[in-house]
Every structure is written in structure tokens, then in C-alpha cells.
Design a protein around this ligand. Structure first.
Ligand code: MN
Length: 229
């Protein structure tokens, strides 16, 4: 038994569909510009710049059904609807052919972004944490186990804001497929049970206002419902 100088904070968790047990979250990785049409809307050429990774803090997860406060220090929070891949095991240098063996399941997430701060950071060549890893930046649905849903590689992914569809794509548009993103990520980090990967967003990202209701869905995976106070 470890003698902590103060009680450690609780491990962030996600509910699991069909289970009373919860999924303990270790790290949150995100894939940037994994849909060509989103890379283009952000002013980049997907043929010249491959997708890349950044991270969010695990304690910024927000469960579906929540009302969350409008984030601080920004006037331009953007929604990015994404499929989330949850790992049950990890390692380094994982081959593409074995990558899906490490997947526990899938969820629907929002990669909330302080776009105004991100634009400043890009101009200055600074890291993205304050644009991506802030409080409540990672709303996420319950996980559905891969034993139930399989490994979705195609299917509609969309987001409605106050009932109007704002983002609408298909998982088959992902530049890095799930096995490829796991394999690539495992060359950069030692992946572990409990890691989440936000797999990138289709085009149509845009601002979130106070009072907005955000309803996302990934076909075969689930739905996410968040209200901004
Ligand atoms: Mn994103």
C-alpha cells in the first residue's frame, strides 16, 4: 500500500454499453487532419501533409448527456465530431496486421477546440495544449465493445447543432484507418490499456455557442448528446 502525501485523484472512466464495469482511461491521443475535406477547409493540402498526433488530458472527458460550461479564455470554440478508439492492451511498434487485436471498443467523441487560441499558436509555432487540452475539451459517449460492434471502417459520422446537420462524413474517408493509426502511434509512444484515440473529424467544423445542443452519431457505434450552458 502506497503512502500518498494526499489522496490521489480518481482515474477518469467511461461507461461501457451492456456492462456495469467502467473503462479506466489512461491517455487521450488525437489524430489531426485525418479527413481530406477537413484538412482542406483548414487551409492544408492532405496530399502534402499526412495526419499527425496531439494529446488531450484524460480528466477533460465529459459524459454524454451532460451540460458543460462554455470554455474559458475563448470566443471561438469549435465542434469536431470524431470516432474514438479505446485500447485494452498496448505496446510499441505494433504491426498494422495486429493492431485491431488491441482494440477494446469504440465511442463517439467531440474534440472541442479553442480555434481562436489555436490560430494564435499556429502563427507563433507554439504547442497546441491550450487549444485542445482544456477543461471539458473531450465529451465522449459510452464505449461499445468491439465484440458487439466489430471494427467499423465505414459508416456515417455526423453532428447536429440545435437539430441542424453541420458535419456529415463517412468513416471510409479516413486517411489513416484505425489499424494504421494504432501502428503509427505505437512507434511514437508506448501504448497502454485505457488509451483512447480520437480518430479525426470530417469537414464542417464550426463555432459552438452558449445554449447549443450538440448531437453526434457514428453509425454502428453510438450517439453523443452535449448541451453547452
Ligand atoms: Mn480533431
Amino acid at each position: 500500500m502506497v503512502d500518498y502525501v494526499f489522496p490521489p485523484l480518481a482515474i477518469p472512466t467511461l461507461p461501457v454499453v451492456g456492462s456495469t464495469a467502467v473503462f479506466p482511461v489512461h491517455r487521450i491521443y488525437c489524430v489531426g487532419r485525418n479527413f481530406a475535406d477537413h484538412a482542406i477547409e483548414m487551409g492544408h493540402d492532405p496530399n502534402k501533409e499526412p495526419p499527425f498526433f496531439f494529446q488531450k488530458n484524460p480528466d477533460t472527458l465529459v459524459p454524454s448527456g451532460s451540460t458543460m460550461p462554455y470554455p474559458s479564455a475563448t470566443k471561438d470554440v469549435h465542434h469536431e465530431i470524431e470516432m474514438v478508439v479505446a485500447l485494452k492492451s498496448g505496446g510499441t511498434d505494433i504491426p498494422v496486421s495486429e493492431a485491431l487485436d488491441h482494440v477494446f471498443g469504440y465511442a463517439v467523441g467531440l474534440d472541442l477546440t479553442r480555434r481562436d487560441l489555436q490560430a494564435d499558436l499556429k502563427k507563433l509555432g507554439r504547442p497546441w495544449e491550450v487549444a485542445k487540452a482544456f477543461e471539458n475539451a473531450a465529451p465522449c459517449s459510452a464505449l461499445v465493445p468491439a465484440s458487439v460492434t466489430g471494427h467499423p471502417s465505414a459508416g456515417r459520422i455526423f453532428l447536429k447543432v440545435n437539430g441542424a446537420v453541420k458535419q456529415d462524413g463517412d468513416l471510409n474517408q479516413m486517411i489513416w484507418k484505425v489499424p494504421e493509426m494504432i501502428a503509427t502511434l505505437s512507434t511514437l509512444f508506448r501504448l497502454a490499456p485505457g488509451d483512447l484515440i480520437f480518430a479525426g473529424t470530417p469537414a464542417g467544423v464550426g463555432p459552438v455557442a452558449r445554449g447549443d445542443r450538440l448531437e453526434g452519431e457514428v453509425a454502428g457505434v453510438g450517439t453523443l448528446d452535449i448541451t453547452v450552458a
